[in-house]
Design a binder for this molecule. Structure first.
Ligand code: 13P
Length: 250
């Protein structure tokens, strides 16, 4: 991913039926065709809607992403979806290591790294998520925790490929709370340094997205913070007008 062009990605989580997708994407495609975005735009719906979304955005600058994948390409994993399957359904990206998966499904850095590697294997751009809990922030450990997550969740296989890291403080997700701009900058700088160290490169060749209660009214300030290369948007990506407000702020 080019660092100069910001990436605004919507994570629909477990929300949306076909009719919702048609309504939101219908409005988005019309608006983006009338006035093309100055950033990359991606929507990550539930996997049931990936193929429908891929069909709906043909010819429009909206990329399609999954929200998770298994590390294996195929096999006896009931309910599982592989990176290859997402690719086959029309996705170009996939979120891995979201805190909801780390917390609810006990996903470790090691597993997240394997999933990111699977994404690369399948030709998808992984968006690798990291972020501290409120207890970790209150203990003054936010930077250390996020640094460790980057060092252990980012596989070397991303070098030379399209990918992103998303910093999402767990306590800012769905709460309306956000870190101060200075706190966002501090953690993003630490993420950048950890990426460079982990990948053994002179500079980190991927955007670092901020996620957690990004809304149209705070997007412009957050996206202007040095080192913020885009946003990973939950709730506000479910409404075309709100998501567009964030896209226009990039
Ligand atoms: P909200 O934007 O709803 O806080 O969700 C953020 C998020 O988890 C995106 O992955």
């Amino acid at each position: 991913m080019k660092q100069s062009v910001k990436l605004i990605a919507g994570n629909w989580k477990m929300n949306g039926l076909a009719a919702d997708l048609d309504a939101v994407i219908g409005e988005l495609t019309l608006a983006l065709q009338a006035e093309p975005p100055s950033c990359r735009v991606a929507v990550c719906p539930p996997s049931t809607l990936i193929s429908r979304l891929a069909g709906a955005v043909r010819g429009c600058p909206i990329e399609v992403g999954g929200q998770d994948c298994r590390a294996e390409a195929h096999g006896a994993y009931t309910g599982g979806v592989s990176a290859e399957m997402l690719k086959d359904a029309g996705a170009g990206l996939v979120i891995v290591g979201h805190s909801e998966r780390r917390q609810e499904f006990g996903e470790t850095d090691l597993l997240v790294s394997a999933k990111a590697e699977a994404a690369i294997r399948a030709g998808l751009a992984p968006i690798v998520c990291v972020g501290e809990t409120v207890e970790q922030r209150e203990a003054g450990r936010a930077v250390e925790v996020v640094r460790d997550q980057v060092m252990n969740s980012l596989p070397k296989a991303v070098v030379g490929r399209d990918f992103a890291v998303a910093y999402e403080p767990v306590w800012a997700i769905g709460t309306g709370l956000t870190p101060t701009l200075a706190q966002i900058e501090e953690v993003h700088r630490a993420v950048r340094a950890a990426m460079i160290e982990r990948l053994g490169l002179a500079s980190a060749p991927a955007p670092i997205l901020y996620g957690g209660s990004v809304k149209p009214d705070n997007a412009r300030a957050i996206l202007a913070v040095p080192e913020v290369g885009g946003a990973l948007v939950g709730g506000a990506s479910l409404k075309a007008a709100d998501f567009l407000g964030i896209i226009r702020a990039a």
